[in-house]
Write a protein that binds this ligand. Structure first.
Ligand code: PRP
Length: 208
């Protein structure tokens, strides 16, 4: 039986994704056990789940090392990898926003220093606005940058808004809404058509 390998982004989407898979009748109990395992065979199915850092999911899918992935639209947009986005899974809803100190509301700066984990999304957004920017790439805890004086603003995902609030920052502009996506390798979708369609239908069916 053909095995379908599904990469699952660790972190903020992980819990919700496992819940969705369980609801669809997939026995993901093994993913809830407290250990450091990264590869899981899902009982009574052709599915193998691989836990990856979110930013690595599109790379694994593009290279065909896995057939599918569940990852945030932010990561898909930022990386522009060769893959198919087959479904919006509806959970993991966030906004990609420009945020900063409240006094920067209605900012009118000729040149803006922007700290972000999303340099490509940021570059495109400000280019469309005709705003000159210096992009400072960060790997995490982006909220620190304007507080510490590394940047004027940040471009980051906002879910509950707690991180901004707890650090005295506010949303200045909303760039777009995002959510979790089911993505697939471009070859697997043809070579493992039946099994892939079965899994896509199972996972993406009845979203909401
Ligand atoms: C994300 C994002 C914000 C926070 C927003 O970081 O970069 O820091 O979550 O969520 P909230 O609006 O619910 O507070 P993440 O937790 O993914 O970790 P990171 O900072 O290490 O990238």
């Amino acid at each position: 039986m053909a095995v379908i390998k599904l990469a699952l982004a660790k972190g903020r989407l992980q819990e919700e994704a496992i819940k969705v898979l369980m609801k669809r009748g997939l026995d993901c109990q093994c993913l809830l056990e407290k250990n450091r395992k990264l590869i899981f065979d899902i009982p009574n199915s052709c599915l193998q789940i691989i836990l990856l850092k979110a930013v690595d999911v599109p790379t694994y899918v593009e290279h065909g090392v896995v057939d599918m992935g569940i990852v945030g639209k932010d990561v898909v947009l930022e990386q522009e990898k060769q893959l198919y986005e087959v479904a919006d899974l509806g959970f993991g809803k966030c906004r990609i926003s420009v945020a900063g100190k409240p006094e920067l509301m209605n900012y009118n700066k000729k040149h803006l220093r922007v700290a972000t984990k999303y340099p490509n999304i940021t570059k495109q957004y400000f280019a469309e606005k005709g705003q000159s920017v210096e992009i400072i790439k960060q790997e995490g805890s982006v909220e620190l940058a304007p507080i510490m004086g590394l940047s004027d603003v940040i471009v980051d995902i906002v879910e509950t808004g707690n991180t901004l609030r707890d650090n005295g920052l506010v949303i200045l502009e909303e760039i777009m809404s995002i959510s979790a996506r089911l993505v697939s390798n471009k070859v697997s979708i043809k070579t493992k058509k039946d099994k892939m369609n079965e899994i896509i239908y199972l996972i993406a069916n009845d979203i909401g």
